[in-house]
Design a protein around this ligand. Structure first.
Ligand code: TYM
Length: 398
């Protein structure tokens, strides 16, 4: 009976519990099935292994509060319950123009920020994507079963390629979501904690997994040989696990400081549009002082005409750790000039321990390189098993 409940239960209930223990509530992209069974489910797959979580950030530009509140902060809370894999996706950083002399430094810096934010290398596998060659190989294999029409529909691709124009838009940019699918599917990840802007990429990942399984899994795979598959499991059934997106209800879309209707982004040429994780206290105070506001009295979370107020109150809530009700009670009758110093102080204080730990970590590159070498070794081992099964299902020579 318990076995049946486990098989029916999605991993979402346990993820919600893990995040809510840390004061975060999660929303997942897929429908929650299973009802009571889901509530009973532990963070364990039917196979008996701990459920797996994977996510990553590109080493491009400075990481900002959106990357942190939408993704990295939530990763930390998942480490207690899940088998967590966090990678720095340097291959993705090559899909747009980049500065070669900066890439290795930026890659280490992002890894150091993961650790500084609370990712614990003894509980999570922290690694650099390009150190696991299976990512590129699986991306190629998945390319060959992904209709190009699926990629043409990706919103991020449409926006970025429109900005770049045909001459500058690389094949890599179009193919970016297939590489992202490979990152996730290689680890048979159950959950992928990301911000709202990655929802469509997660849906595509599920579609790619489904298509691969339909074409090459099940009976077709069973017929590929006697004995176990390269991973050690029996052939047949699905080769790749379709993952669920884990998107927090607050912080999943942190907006720009200069426009409450557009997303805070690394690529905005206006530095003043974002709060970077490594900004000094003075810079944070100045950016907050200059950020866009409106002329209405008081502050409100809910007024659709006041996107800046909703965004800045949400940032304040998440950085101060107060409940929404407490923030409303404290701030709703304040003037902007009274609220802004409070906001700046909450952000500075929230980031202070992260920045101190970052300074320690980057003063000892040997430690960080050791963490990444160990992470790559573990990630390679897990990835090799899935890649072996994929090659096997495709009928490639062992
Ligand atoms: P990237 O590097 O653009 O962003 C990293 C994470 O930050 C989230 N994010 C935000 N969240 C809230 N508000 C914002 N303004 C904001 N901006 C960014 C993103 O949703 C993301 O979770 N494609 C991914 C990287 C990637 C990946 C993966 C993620 C590659 N392979 C596998 C998960 C699993 C990206 O470009 O993220």
């Amino acid at each position: 009976m318990q076995q049946a409940a486990r098989a029916a239960a999605p991993p979402l209930a346990a993820a919600r519990r893990a995040l809510s223990r840390a004061g975060l509530r999660a929303r997942c992209s897929a429908a929650v099935e299973g009802g009571a069974a889901a509530a009973e489910a532990g963070a364990e797959a039917p196979s008996g292994r701990r459920l797996r979580v994977l996510s990553g950030v590109q080493p491009t530009g400075s990481l900002h509060l959106g990357n942190y509140l939408g993704a990295i902060r939530n990763w930390v809370a998942l480490q207690d319950t899940y088998d967590t894999y966090y990678c720095v996706v340097d291959l993705h950083a090559l899909t747009a123009a980049h500065e070669p002399r900066e890439l290795a430094r930026a890659t280490r810096s992002v890894a150091a920020l993961y650790l500084a934010a609370g990712v614990d290398a003894s509980r999570s596998t922290v690694f650099v994507q390009s150190r696991v060659p299976a990512h590129s190989e699986l991306a190629w294999l998945l390319n060959c079963c992904t209709p190009v029409g699926w990629l043409n529909k990706m919103i991020q691709y449409k926006e970025k390629s429109r900005k770049l124009g045909d001459g500058e838009c690389s094949v890599g940019l179009l193919d970016y979501p297939v590489l992202m699918a490979a990152d996730i599917l290689l680890y048979q990840a159950d959950l992928v904690p990301v911000g709202e802007d990655q929802r469509q990429h997660l849906e595509l990942t599920r579609d790619i997994a489904g298509r691969f399984n339909t074409l090459y899994g099940g009976r077709a795979w069973k017929g590929m040989g006697k004995g176990p598959a390269p991973s050690g499991r029996a052939r047949g059934g699905r080769v790749l696990k379709p993952p669920e997106a884990l998107i927090p209800p607050q912080g999943a879309r942190v907006m720009s400081l200069d426009d409450g209707t557009s997303k805070m982004s690394k690529s905005n040429p206006d530095e003043g549009s974002r709060l970077n994780l490594l900004d000094s206290a003075d810079t944070i105070a100045n950016k907050v002082k200059r950020c866009k506001t409106d002329a209405l009295p008081g502050l409100s979370f809910d007024d659709p005409e006041r996107p800046e107020a909703a965004n800045l109150l949400t940032i304040y809530q998440l950085c101060s750790g107060l409940s929404r009700e407490a923030v409303e009670a404290q701030c709703c009758s304040l003037r902007w000039s009274e609220f802004k110093p409070l906001l700046a102080e909450a952000v500075v204080e929230h980031l202070r321990p992260l920045q101190a730990r970052y300074a320690e970590l980057t003063s000892d590159p040997t430690y960080l390189d050791g963490v990444l070498a160990e992470g790559a070794a573990r990630a390679n081992e897990t990835a090799r098993a899935t890649l072996g099964d994929v090659r096997d299902a495709l009928g490639m020579m062992p």
